[in-house]
Write a protein that binds this ligand. Structure first.
Ligand code: UD1
Length: 454
């Protein structure tokens, strides 16, 4: 135990705590061409809702191919305080290999998700739907602002109201009640939301009768959640399309489920190959999952092909500027916008990058500019004029994808780049320095001799 109620059964979970530090830096000597194979981890954004699905059953949900990341640890802590027993199992299980996380919500002992935990990670709001569906009530802190914009949760709440939940906002908390249980309903999303779709699919899985979600998110992580819920006994049609039908069940059962590959991690390393003119095979991801990026890379002059084990990305001596607009899946993902912008900073010609999902998601721009990039931001668009080279510099960013975009810039830059605030990277990239290092990058994690007061 670590004082938070999470049961760690061996050193396999130790990495979570020991590897993370607010004072670590990543130091990169730029200019190395990447070549080799990179294994792609399970997707963080699939793993988080899957872990919350454990609240829907008293049986054990075993998740395989789980990434080793700080966000997983944060959610495990939250689930533990709702009464979920959590154990790590490093061995093959149910025909699947890899690390497994076992989650058993035999009894929900507490239906409050406190501010202290929710503020660390917005995805914590995904406990709301399952808690109300299973127990008839939940009290979940509003997540508050975050680095990439206001990010409200109104769609989660309106959707739950369509399933019969009564919702009040009290002192920064969402109070949800459905004393007689949730009832199936129809909800038309006014705009696409991944998290709200996930919350509602989970809630509807235990609601009485049929729920229809229109204009639902089509992201592979939503599909992965629906597949797992079906394996738990849920009746769901239309996952991956914009209309999802869920026929609620009285109970769901446990299962063993492998988390889908992380398309954002894969896309990030595809761009790493492209920006260094390298040749990298991304093992374990399917080309279809990163198609929008593959199309952009092809336009930029980078070859992306399917292989027996994954996807191969072969860069050339230079890339060509190409315009990008972020959109819900299957469009270009906002979570790869910062990384693609970094590639465009060294492209021949100009590129217009338009962010339509989140406001305020250009925090990487001033840092890239410090490294010599030529970028002009006007509202939700950034005009990137390619430069011949970037120069290494000490940099830092305030969110996960912005941080990794600076790592990519460092790989291409002349000289040394130090990326500070590595804890952002540790939220979403498993062993990034090892994975890139194995392909020839000169990259290391630097730990100050005397740890600062954290
Ligand atoms: C998820 C991903 C995140 C990704 C995002 C968009 C996880 C854990 N995170 O976040 O990495 O960048 O999808 O692909 O899976 N919105 C509302 N009201 C709501 C909910 C959302 O206005 O109730 C808005 C958001 O502010 C945003 C847009 O809808 O502008 C899309 O957000 P959403 O798809 O919900 O993102 P998340 O699920 O939070």
């Amino acid at each position: 135990m670590d004082g938070t109620g999470v049961r760690y059964n061996d050193e396999q979970y130790h990495f979570q705590v020991s590897r993370l530090s607010t004072v670590d830096k990543i130091r990169i000597q730029g200019g190395r061409r990447l070549s080799g194979r990179i294994p792609i981890s399970g997707a963080k954004n699939a793993a988080l809702p899957l872990m919350c699905a454990s609240l829907l059953t008293e049986d054990t949900l075993t998740l395989v191919n789980l990434p080793h990341l700080a966000d997983i640890s944060t959610l495990a802590t939250l689930l533990a305080q709702h009464g979920v027993e959590i154990g790590m199992d490093g061995h093959a299980s149910g025909g699947h290999t890899g690390r497994a996380l076992k989650l058993t919500a035999g009894e929900i002992t507490n239906t409050t998700a406190p501010y202290d935990l929710v503020r660390k990670m917005r995805a914590s709001v995904l406990v709301l739907g399952p808690l109300v569906a299973r127990t008839g009530k939940a009290r979940v802190s509003l997540p508050g602002g975050c680095a990439i914009g206001a990010r409200p949760v109104d769609l989660h709440l309106k959707g739950l109201q369509a399933l019969g939940a009564e919702i009040d906002l009290q002192q920064g908390y969402i109070e949800a009640r459905a004393p007689g249980g949730l009832k199936g309903g129809r909800y038309v999303f006014p705009s696409v939301s991944v998290g709200a779709t996930e919350n509602l699919v989970m809630a509807a899985a235990l609601a009485e009768g049929e729920t229809v979600l229109v204009n639902a998110a089509r992201e592979p992580e939503v599909v992965d959640l629906c597949r797992c819920l079906k394996a738990m006994g849920a009746e769901i049609d239309g996952a991956g399309s914009d209309t999802i039908r869920i026929h609620g069940q009285k109970n769901l059962a446990g299962t063993t489920y492998p988390v889908v590959a992380d398309r954002i991690e894969a896309g990030t390393y595809a761009i790493a190959a492209a920006i260094t003119g390298g040749d990298v095979e991304l093992v374990g991801v399917k080309l279809a999952m990163i198609e929008a990026l593959a199309k952009q890379l092809a336009e930029a002059g980078v070859a992306v092909t399917a292989t027996a084990e994954g996807v191969r990305v072969s860069g050339s001596n230079g890339v060509i500027g190409t315009d990008v607009i972020t959109e819900p899946y299957p469009g270009f993902p906002t979570d790869l916008q910062a990384q693609f912008m970094t590639l465009m900073t060294v492209a021949e010609g100009a590129s217009m990058i338009t962010e339509t999902i989140f406001e305020n998601r250009f925090m990487h721009v001033p840092e890239l500019s410090r490294m010599g990039a030529n970028i002009t931001v006007h509202q939700s668009s950034a005009l990137v004029r390619g430069v011949k080279k970037l120069n290494g510099a000490p940099v830092m960013a305030t969110d996960l994808r912005a941080s990794v975009s600076l790592v990519l810039a460092g790989l291409a830059a002349e000289g040394v780049t130090e990326v500070n605030r590595v804890y952002h990277l540790d939220r979403g990239y498993e062993r990034i320095e090892e994975k890139l290092g194995a392909c020839g990058a000169a990259i290391e994690r630097v730990r100050p001799a005397v740890a600062a007061d954290e």
